[in-house]
Design a protein around this ligand. Sequence first.
Ligand code: ATP
Ligand code: MG
Length: 195
Amino acid sequence: MGKRLGVMGGTFDPIHYGHLVTAEEALHQFELDEVVFVPTGQPWMKEHEVVSPPEDRYLMTVIATASNPRFSVSRVEVDREGPTYTIDTLRAMKELSGGDLFFITGADAVLEIFQWKDPSELFEMAHFIAATRPGYDIAALEEQVPGHDGISNMSIPALAISSTDIRARVARGQPIRYLVPEGVVSYVGKVGLYR
Ligand code: ATP
Ligand code: MG
């Protein structure tokens, strides 16, 4: 029997407890066997922003997920040249696993994905799990991708953490301990990211 595989895409610049709680909750609520984190290569949505090198983001994701036997990290987007698209990643993951795919994203990111790609093709590849982030208005999602059974909403414990905020904190010299795993705090300091 095929596995139930969660796919958690993200820039992970850096990965934080919001991401980890979301993946763990999806694992539990949707009875997944495993969650694969997929750090983006060159995120085309963020073309005009400075994004840390893929290798740093990949390594931080490995460090953050190392202690969880059901979490792993894929290099599929990091190793791919040019912009990355969710559909290509889902195809790659499908080839690898052959089982059922569950694409886990924040509700905001789901909207971005369906703005640009043919939804029917995406729904063929995976079931979508939209995590509602603190302060997010779920009505907006339901309005734009109306009542599709290919998307499930999942509410997660409110964690008002974002990578944007963490980068700003590092730049201002504020602590990020307890917002990201200990190993990520060390890595950010060692490499000198976000200063
Ligand atoms: P940035 O601030 O740079 O956009 P981010 O914190 O949103 O970073 P991403 O790497 O862009 O992190 O997010 C990857 C995925 O995780 C997205 O689907 C996003 O919606 C989701 N996500 C991010 N932060 C949280 C959080 N605190 N709770 C739940 N989901 C989150
Ligand atoms: Mg984001």
